[in-house]
Design a protein around this ligand. Structure first.
Ligand code: HSE
Length: 415
């Protein structure tokens, strides 16, 4: 029998305990060992839990118990999860986690400590919740050069955008609904401003390209400035707006990696990934496009991925899973200002339409206007051909100088 500990008894942690205790026999068959929870770490009391006798508030109980071979860290955040994970790995215990913030900021170091201590550090649940994506990239697609990964990696923002697109609901109403349904946190910043999706695309990029890509080097913007007007223009252009995390390997070896709202065509595989679902497209040189779709968050889907990692660790107690990347710095990331893509822009101006159009066509490459029904007289929207971000910024500044107010600017994706 293998003893494990679960650190954190929130949504995911309680799900891990539930899955482990409700599937004892089938898990034992798959792991070839019975798995038993020896400790559950949480600062809160759970006197009514059927596992009340396993709770501890003291991490030392876990790290100093040689019987505990595998630890699930499902606490979230960097502190104290980083310290706890490091100390468990240094003791040769394998650690599995759903903690995307920790993997995205400390992954290279923790993977190295795991390697040095002949332990495993697995994090299938950190991206895409219950969707298998880490193992497929590191194992099943290992024969491929990954050309590109692009995905809807955040369920909360996808829910909000879906409400805006399908029900014409404003951003703030859709956010309130997401909060009521328990998808969005009381402080929704990490989701709506793209930080959560950024951590996830950094993890996928690090895995695919073998060097740690830190979130601080990656341009991330969210959906809080998306208006219903933009949703309507996107529809008349022939697509939808989605928050996309994307990484592409460029010919010069750098990565075009960003998180931002993008206009994507209706017939793209990601255009119909709606509500809280996630969809991740991996473009391999041999496989072509492979798309992963499913529930990217939630108690049981995420717990299922954590427990699968626990089983994998139990099966590999004396061996190491090849899941590894080395440390990196910002040099692998193409500076955002140098990235190239076409854009959609919406402006407001009291100048007459022809004057605005003339100005726009002189500043932007191949600008074509798009229309929406019931647009006010002073609104004008257009799409362009490829431009570098710095060219875009200069042209936008020139518009503002001429009294033309830039209301929105959204990347047009080639997905
Ligand atoms: N807040 C995240 C989301 C949870 O909405 O996708 C899963 O990582």
């Amino acid at each position: 029998m293998i003893k494990v500990a679960v650190m954190g008894h929130g949504v995911v942690g309680s799900g891990v305990v539930e899955v482990l205790s409700q599937h004892v026999e089938s898990i034992a068959k798959r792991a070839k060992e019975e798995i038993s929870i020896k400790y559950i770490l949480d600062i809160r009391d759970f006197p009514d839990s059927p596992f009340a006798d396993r709770f501890t508030k003291n991490f030392e109980d876990i790290v100093n118990d040689d019987e505990v071979k595998v630890v699930a860290e499902v606490m979230g955040g960097v502190d104290p999860a980083y310290d706890f994970t490091k100390r468990c790995l240094l003791k040769g215990k394998s650690v599995v986690t759903s903690n995307k913030e920790l993997v995205a900021t400390k992954g290279a170091e923790l993977l190295e400590i795991a390697r040095e201590n002949n332990a495993n550090y697995l994090f299938e649940a950190s991206v895409g919740g219950g969707i298998p994506i880490i193992r497929p990239i590191s194992q099943c697609l290992a024969a491929n050069d990954v050309i590109e990964i692009a995905g809807i990696l955040n369920g909360t923002t996808n829910f909000i955008l879906t409400k805006m697109i399908r029900e014409n609901m404003s951003f703030s109403d859709a956010l309130s609904m997401a909060q009521k349904l328990g998808y969005a946190e009381k402080d929704p910043t990490a989701d709506v401003e793209g930080h959560d999706a950024c951590r996830k695309i950094c993890i996928l990029a690090s895995l695919a390209y073998g060097k740690h890509v830190y979130p601080q080097y990656v341009h991330a913007s969210g959906i809080s400035n998306i208006a219903l007007e933009d949703v309507a223009y996107a529809a008349s252009w022939g697509g939808v707006i989605k928050l996309i995390g994307q990484v592409k390997k460029l010919d010069d070896g750098t990565l075009d990696i960003t998180v931002e709202p993008m206009l994507i065509e209706k017939n793209s595989q990601l255009a119909n990934v709606d509500d809280v679902f996630n969809g991740i497209l991996v473009r391999g040189d041999s496989t072509g496009d492979v798309v992963f779709y499913g529930k990217g968050a939630g108690k049981l889907p995420t717990a299922s991925a954590v427990v699968a990692d626990i089983i994998d660790c139990v099966k590999h107690l004396k061996a190491r899973k090849y899941l590894y990347w080395t440390d990196g710095d910002g040099s692998i990331v193409k500076p955002y200002e140098q990235t190239v893509y076409p854009i959609y822009i919406r402006v407001g101006s009291t100048l007459d339409k022809q004057q605005v159009f003339d100005k726009v066509t002189s500043l932007f490459r191949n600008a074509r206007s798009i229309v929406r029904t019931n647009a006010p007289e002073n609104e004008f929207a257009f799409v362009t051909d490829d431009m570098t971000v710095s060219e875009q910024m200069n042209a936008l500044a020139a518009l503002e100088n001429d009294g033309i107010k830039v209301l929105s600017k959204i990347r047009i994706s080639d997905l």
